[in-house]
Design a protein around this ligand. Structure first.
Ligand SMILES: [Fe+2]
Ligand SMILES: [Fe+2]
Length: 495
């Protein structure tokens, strides 16, 4: 699957207007920054602090690497990107908004049909600021989590993709900081500072959401993270792209075009791992995918371990949606600050007074789908949409097994499996949805989640491959390179 076909589904940007980005200024932008001196000064004073953060928390020991990166030159959907070698600290992080849609109306909630807001509506100021801060906090967090991965990159191609994701997450931070500084005065500026001060997994000042304090210790985790956790990001951006606060909507619509590449990296990364394992098994004449030892002897990732990683990253990322039934989510929807996935394409009144939505809940020891007021079930619905979206990629992974003639399928764990937040936080559930006791969970959890031994094995494969055209033995080379370059293109010049 190509990156284009992933991003084609987004289609949220207008196709008729080319909006150039001004790269002559210190901070590239398409928001006429030079006409707002107060804002310009505030952002210019934040910029060196951002660069300091990049130095200490961004990709380690890579300052002199020349990386074949894409940079946005316009925000129209066709051809907005330009590829060139760049040292990462010189990446032109800037402020890019999708074009304004004339006559756009608030798509949902009690203000539905009113013109969108160009300024922060006073009554929703605190709620809106919180949404921007929480979204903003995830962006630098993932860069921090991935800080050391370049040291064990399985190829220059993969290293380049990691860096592309990293610089874009940095830009997403800029996108949220722009909103905070421009629209939220002094407390917005304070929040912008705090975004650079929190650190992933720091005991005293951790990142806000749980999954963003987990480690990304190896490349298998990285691909799973970009598939599952970045996809949560995509879903959140999709719902914020529906916001009645137009600057937030326009920021998120452009971020979504960048996010598509992150999904691509995760999906194709895992597909290449599967391909390599299947090929190695076929070459060795191994047909039993459960024979972990035999498969590991080939120096590739065995399939049950891959499934365990899916179980872990899948469930941790589901927790990011918050409680399935949530008053906060109802309030944000009702206020028109956040919509549902594909809000404008849903065939209902977009206000949901009196409507219901089926939420999976535990009732008398059984899972049942219970009708809940649709307004309170906004998170549950987004989570369901997310699970469906994941399934598309998983289906394509399973095609790789089929084609290779290997009898194995990746599945998503039951919705209640290993959850820390929401309806199922207090119970213990197998990947098949069987409710078990805590004691049984503790005895059996290594059936579903990686053991220390599994992790040590994965770690043992993480030997860097930094020569042009070379790929580590546990991952297949990509079918097509980036920007139609060949697989043996020098994606990173290490010097
Ligand atoms: Fe992001
Ligand atoms: Fe992302």
């Amino acid at each position: 699957m190509s990156e284009e076909s992933i991003s084609a589904g987004l289609g949220t940007l207008r196709e008729d207007s080319m909006v150039e980005v001004n790269y002559d200024e210190l901070i590239p932008n398409n928001v006429d920054l030079s006409t707002d001196l107060r804002l310009k000064r505030a952002l210019e004073s934040w910029q060196p602090k951002f660069l300091d953060w990049w130095k200490v928390a961004g990709p380690a020991d890579t300052r002199e690497f020349e990386v074949y990166l894409r940079t946005a030159v316009g925000v129209d959907p066709k051809g907005w990107a330009k590829f060139d070698y760049l040292k990462m600290p010189e990446y032109r992080w800037g402020i890019l908004l999708a074009p304004k849609e004339e006559g756009r109306m608030i798509p949902c909630g009690k203000h539905k049909g009113e013109p969108v807001w160009q300024e922060v509506p006073g009554e929703y100021r605190a709620m809106l600021r919180r949404l921007v801060v929480v979204q903003g906090d995830t962006e630098p967090a993932s860069v921090e989590q991935q800080r050391y991965l370049s040291k064990t990159a399985p190829s220059l191609y993969d290293m380049r993709n990691l860096f592309q994701v990293n610089v874009e997450e940095g830009r997403h931070l800029w996108a949220m900081v722009y909103l905070l500084v421009k629209y939220f005065g002094r407390d917005g500026r304070e929040e912008a500072e705090a975004l650079l001060q929190r650190r992933s997994a720091d005991a005293d000042r951790p990142r806000i959401l749980g999954a963003f304090n987990e480690e990304t210790p190896d490349w298998l985790s990285f691909f799973m993270f970009t598939f599952f956790t970045d996809r949560d990001g995509k879903m959140q951006l999709e719902s914020l792209a529906q916001s009645g606060f137009d600057p937030l909507s326009r920021s998120c619509r452009f971020m979504l075009t960048e996010e598509a590449h992150h999904m691509f990296v995760g999906e194709t990364g895992i597909a290449r791992v599967i391909q390599r394992t299947c090929d190695a098994m076929n070459e060795a004449g191994i047909t039993n995918a459960r024979d972990i030892e035999a498969v590991r002897n080939l120096g590739v990732i065995d399939l049950p371990t891959l499934q365990k990683k899916v179980n872990f990253h899948g469930s941790v990322s589901r927790d990011l949606f918050g409680s399935e039934v949530s008053t906060n989510a109802a309030n944000a929807f009702n206020a028109g600050l956040k919509g549902r996935f594909g809000e404008t394409k849903i065939d209902d009144d977009h206000q949901l007074e009196g409507a219901v939505y089926p939420v999976t809940r535990l009732v008398d020891g059984c899972f049942i789908d219970e009708d809940v007021p649709a307004l309170s079930a906004i998170n549950a619905r987004l989570l369901d949409d997310y699970i469906k979206d994941c399934q598309g990629g998983i289906k394509r992974w399973n095609k790789v097994f089929e084609k290779a003639g290997i009898d194995f399928q990746i599945t998503q764990p039951h919705k209640a499996f290993s959850r820390m937040i929401g309806e199922f936080a207090d119970i213990f559930v197998t990947t098949d949805g069987e409710i078990i006791s805590e004691q049984e969970w503790n005895q059996r959890k290594t059936e579903w989640l990686c053991t220390d031994e599994d992790n040590v094995y994965i770690q043992s494969l993480m030997n860097p491959c930094m020569k042009k055209g070379e790929y580590a033995g546990w991952i297949a080379s990509p079918r097509i390179g980036i920007n139609n370059q060949p697989g043996d293109f020098e994606y990173v010049k290490i010097g």
